[in-house]
Design a protein around this ligand. Structure first.
Ligand SMILES: Cc1cc2nc3c(=O)[nH]c(=O)nc-3n(C[C@H](O)[C@H](O)[C@H](O)COP(=O)(O)O)c2cc1C
Length: 367
């Protein structure tokens, strides 16, 4: 029976443990050009471990893809050195770093897109927020993508993956979760198209397929992961039949033999824990449709992470909030040491304070 410290082959890599850093947007790039900052390199280096997997926060692939001011992006040359420093910091600790690539789609605002309307598969108004220089504001009205525009966005995913590779990252994770563009295509609450990208699920996964193929063309399938959130509600996302939709998605991903499928469990909405009774499409359900490694995420602690790995429903567990305040989380879980509480007020932007200044356990002053 596997446990959190049983080594695991994930794509091209043999991981020494199954505790993964979940991708977390922390809004700490240097403005106005969204240069990855030295404190970001500190943050990721601190959370890297020998043979451990680190997932980098959502990185916007273009200007139009952006949703939050100060969030990570990688579409201009001025960002290369900052990203290299982050990959180096993870590698210096013997870890592996996958960069999460995101297009926000309709979750944006004209302030963020450079003045153009945010794009989506279809026009389905919703009450989301974007973060601009004026703070969290209602999203701008979006427009539906023309058929002819889609190859250009897929190409932006490919170029971003190439940039990640050139900067030294070990792989990429496609952000197919949380109601952003890829998810907007997958789920029928946001995709009402009648062309080859809408309608039956085989069509609604076409954008996902093309994006995955673009990433594979750069890295190879064994260095590409995909994150999905079948029960997510963030970004006003919904589907009329999540079980049918996401069992199909899992089978599609399985057919590519990607490094892993990363599933946000039903308990989580954005950065909040939902009530436990939420109707689930969880790893327990999806396991039968995907034969490769599965990462489960969302509301885990050490015991529940051990349990999901022991059950075989997931192979690895990604931790977000606890990893934010416990840079040595694998060590603490291994030795059953107490966890430092996370500081929600520092999640969305700020300085090093409550970001890269959490000490490792051994350095914690003892009473
Ligand atoms: C501050 C913050 C930022 C987040 N940013 C992202 C992100 O960029 N990409 C993503 O897929 N999920 C993001 N998430 C969700 C986390 O990856 C994770 O799924 C969530 O925190 C639940 O896991 P946890 O209970 O271990 O914290 C974010 C969560 C938080 C708290």
């Amino acid at each position: 029976m596997a446990h959190l410290f049983t080594p695991k082959q994930v794509g091209a890599f043999v991981l020494s443990h199954r505790i993964v850093l979940a991708p977390m947007t922390r809004l700490r790039t240097i403005l106005p050009d969204e240069i990855p900052s030295p404190m970001m390199a500190d943050f990721y280096g601190q959370r890297a471990s020998e043979g451990g997997l680190v997932l980098i926060e959502g990185v916007s692939i273009s200007k139009v893809a952006r949703s939050y001011i100060g969030a990570a992006s990688f579409f201009h040359d001025g960002q290369i050195e900052g990203w290299k420093a982050i990959a180096d910091a993870v590698h210096a600790k013997g870890g592996y770093a996958f960069m999460q690539l995101i297009h926000g789609g309709r979750q944006s605002h004209v302030e963020m897109t450079g003045g153009v309307d945010p794009v989506a598969p279809s026009v389905v108004p919703f009450e989301g927020v974007a973060l601009t220089k004026d703070g969290f504001v209602p999203v701008s009205p979006h427009r539906a993508l023309c058929l002819e525009e889609i190859p250009g966005i897929i190409e932006e995913f490919r170029v971003a993956a190439q940039r990640a590779k050139d900067a030294g990252f070990d792989g990429v994770e496609l952000h197919g979760a949380n109601g952003y563009l890829v998810d907007q295509f997958i789920q029928d609450g946001t995709n009402t198209r009648t062309d080859a990208y809408g309608g039956p699920i085989e069509n609604r996964v076409r954008f996902l397929r093309e994006a995955v193929e673009a990433l594979i063309s750069v890295f190879g399938a064994d260095r590409v992961g995909v994150r999905i959130s079948p029960s997510g509600e963030w970004g006003g996302i919904s589907d009329s039949d999540p079980e049918a939709t996401f069992s199909h998605v899992a089978q599609v991903l399985d057919s590519y033999r990607i490094a892993y499928m990363h599933v946000i469990e039903p308990r989580i909405k954005g950065d909040d824990t939902l009530h436990e009774g939420h109707p689930p499409v969880a790893v327990k359900y999806l396991r039968r449709y995907f034969s490769g490694p599965i990462i489960a995420a969302g509301g885990f602690d050490g015991d529940s992470a051990e349990a999901v790995v022991a059950s075989g429903d997931a192979d690895l567990v990604a931790f977000g909030r606890y990893f934010s305040s416990n840079p040595d989380l694998p060590y603490r879980l291994k030795h059953k040491l107490p966890l430092t509480p996370y500081v929600r007020a520092a999640f969305w932007g700020g300085t090093e304070r409550h970001y890269s200044d959490f000490p490792a356990y051994d350095a914690t002053p003892k009473e």
